[in-house]
Design a protein around this ligand. Structure first.
Ligand code: UDX
Length: 432
C-alpha cells in the first residue's frame, strides 16, 4: 500500500520504517529539512536499537522515502498517518494540538483521491471529530475517512512492539477503512496480534486509559515498596506474588524511581484535562500524578538521610540519568528533579550515562559528566543506580573504588540485596 507518515519522531519514523519493512511504499514527511537530510543519509535522530539498520535496508530498497514536501506525499499516498507531537500545553495540563490541526489543514488541500487519514499520535478524545471537520471544509465526505489508530510503542523496544503488538486498535465506524487497515496490518495479525475495530472516540480513549493505568500500576507498586521498607518485606517478593494472579500480571510491577518519559506524565495530565472538559472526576489518576511527583522528593530525602543530612561537598555519583534504559530520552526523568535539588544543597555530582552528556545538566552547578563508570564512581560517598542499563548490572564496586566508605543506593534493585550484604557493601535499594 502507499503510505504517508507525517512526522518523523518515535512514532512516525518507527511505524513508517516498519510498514516499509512489511513491503509497503512509505514516504516519511517532516518540515525539519535537516532531519530529512540526515534520514536520507541514514543518520537517525533518535536512539532506538535496530532502527538504523531497518532505515538503511528499506531506503536502499526504495520502499522508504523522506521528504519535506507534504502535498506531494499526500497526493501520492492513500493512507495518511498523522504522527506529529502532542506535548502538554505550556499553560495548563491539556495536549497541544497545534501540529495536529496544521497537518489536517495541509492534508485537506491535497485530497486528489480517496484517503484514509489516521491519527496515530496520542490525541484527546474527540480530536478525530475536529480533524474530520477541518477536512470537510474543503472536501466531500465520500473522499476521505478519519480514523484513530493509537500506537503502543515503548521507547527502546519500539520496533519489537510494532512487529509484535498485543493488539491493533482501529477506531472507525466506516467499513471501508476498517477493511483496508485490517489488510495493512494483516502480517502482524497473522503473527498473533488481536485486531479490534471500535468507535473512533473509544480508540482515542483506549490509548489514554491504557497509559494512565500503567502509570497507576507503577505508582501502586512504588507505594507498596515504601510500605515494604517499614515492614522489612522484600517488594520483589510482593511483585512476584501479586503477578502470579493473571488478573494482575507481573509486568509494570517493578518498583523504582518515579515514572518518567514522553508519555506517562503527558498522558495522565491530558486525560485529566479531558475529564475536566467533560465534567467528570478522575480522582485516582489525580492522586497517581501527585504520588509520582512526590516520589522524587521522597527519594531525595532518602539520599539526604544516607549522607547524614549534610550534603555540603559530599560526592554523589549517578549511574544512568535517562528515564529508563535503552533510550537517550531525558523527558521527565526523575533525576532531572533530584540532581538540581542535590546540587542546591551543596553536593558535588558526577554522572555517567551510556548515551552521553546531557544538556539538562549543563547549567546545574557542580554536576559533571564522566566518560566511564569508574571515573564517575571513584571517590564517591554515594553511588546511585538510577537507570537499569545492562552496563550497570555486573560492576565490581570493590575493585573500582579505592575505599570502603562508599554507599550504594540502587533505585532499580538490579543487585542482590543478600550478595551486597555478604560482600560487606553499604547497599540500599527500593522496597527491600
Ligand atoms: C509508554 C508505554 O509503555 C507505551 O505503551 C506507550 O506507547 C508510550 O508510553 P515508554 O514511556 O516508552 O512507553 O516507557 P515504559 O517502558 O512504559 O516506562 C515508562 C516509565 O515507567 C519509565 O520511567 C520506567 O522506568 C517506568 N517503569 C516501567 C517502572 O518504574 N516500573 C516498571 O515496572 C515499568
Amino acid at each position: 500500500m502507499k503510505i504517508c507518515m507525517i512526522g518523523t519522531g518515535y512514532v512516525g519514523l518507527v511505524s513508517g520504517v516498519c510498514f516499509s519493512d512489511l513491503g509497503n511504499d512509505v514516504i516519511c514527511v517532516d518540515k525539519d529539512k535537516n532531519k530529512i537530510n540526515s534520514l536520507k543519509n541514514s543518520v537517525i535522530p533518535i536512539y532506538e536499537p535496530g532502527l538504523e539498520e531497518l532505515v538503511k535496508k528499506n531506503y536502499k530498497a526504495r520502499r522508504l522515502k523522506f521528504t519535506t514536501n507534504l502535498s506531494k506525499a499526500v497526493r501520492s499516498s492513500n493512507i495518511i498517518f498523522i504522527c506529529v507531537g502532542t506535548p502538554t500545553k505550556k499553560k495548563g495540563i491539556g495536549a497541544d494540538l497545534t501540529q495536529i490541526y496544521s497537518a489536517s489543514n495541509e492534508i485537506s488541500k491535497n485530497i486528489n483521491s480517496y484517503k484514509i487519514i489516521i491519527n496515530k499520535s496520542t490525541v484527546p478524545v474527540t480530536t478525530g471529530d475536529q480533524v474530520e471537520k477541518i477536512i470537510l471544509k474543503k472536501n466531500k465526505k465520500k473522499l476521505f475517512s478519519v480514523v484513530s489508530n493509537p500506537e503502543f510503542l515503548r521507547e527502546g523496544e519500539a520496533i519489537r512492539d510494532f512487529i509484535y503488538p498485543d493488539r491493533v486498535i482501529i477506531g472507525t465506524s466506516e467499513k471501508k477503512p476498517s477493511r483496508i487497515l485490517k489488510q495493512l496490518y494483516s502480517p502482524l495479525i497473522s503473527k498473533g496480534a488481536k485486531f479490534l475495530n471500535t468507535s473512533r472516540r473509544a480508540a482515542e480513549l483506549i490509548k489514554y486509559a491504557s497509559n494512565a493505568f500503567l502509570a497507576t500500576k507503577i505508582t501502586y507498586i512504588n507505594e507498596i515498596a515504601n510500605m515494604c521498607e517499614k515492614l522489612n518485606v522484600n517488594v520483589e517478593d510482593v511483585s512476584i506474588g501479586m503477578g502470579l494472579d493473571n488478573r494482575i500480571g507481573g509486568r509494570f510491577l517493578r518498583a523504582g524511581p518515579a515514572y518518567g518519559g514522553s508519555c506517562f506524565p503527558k498522558d495522565t495530565k491530558a486525560i485529566l484535562d479531558t475529564a475536566t472538559k467533560f465534567k467528570t472526576n478522575l480522582s485516582l489518576i489525580k492522586s497517581v500524578i501527585k504520588s509520582n511527583e512526590n516520589r522524587s522528593v521522597l527519594l531525595t530525602s532518602r539520599i539526604l538521610k544516607l549522607l547524614n543530612n549534610n550534603l555540603r561537598n559530599k560526592k554523589i555519583c549517578f549511574l544512568g540519568v535517562t528515564f529508563k534504559a535503552n533510550t537517550d530520552d531525558m523527558r521527565d526523568s526523575s533525576c532531572t528533579k533530584m540532581i538540581p535539588s542535590l546540587s542546591k544543597r551543596g553536593a558535588l555530582i558526577n554522572y555517567y550515562d551510556p548515551t552521553g552528556e546531557k544538556k539538562e545538566f549543563k547549567k546545574v552547578k557542580n554536576v559533571n559528566f564522566k566518560s566511564s563508570i569508574k571515573s564517575a564512581c571513584i571517590n564517591s560517598d554515594l553511588i546511585i543506580i538510577h537507570t537499569e542499563w545492562n552496563d550497570f548490572k555486573s560492576i565490581n564496586f570493590k575493585k573500582i573504588m579505592n575505599n570502603n566508605k562508599f554507599k550504594i543506593f540502587d533505585m532499580r534493585n538490579i543487585y542482590s540485596y543478600e550478595k551486597m550484604k555478604k560482600d560487606k557493601i553499604n547497599y540500599f535499594s527500593i522496597g527491600r
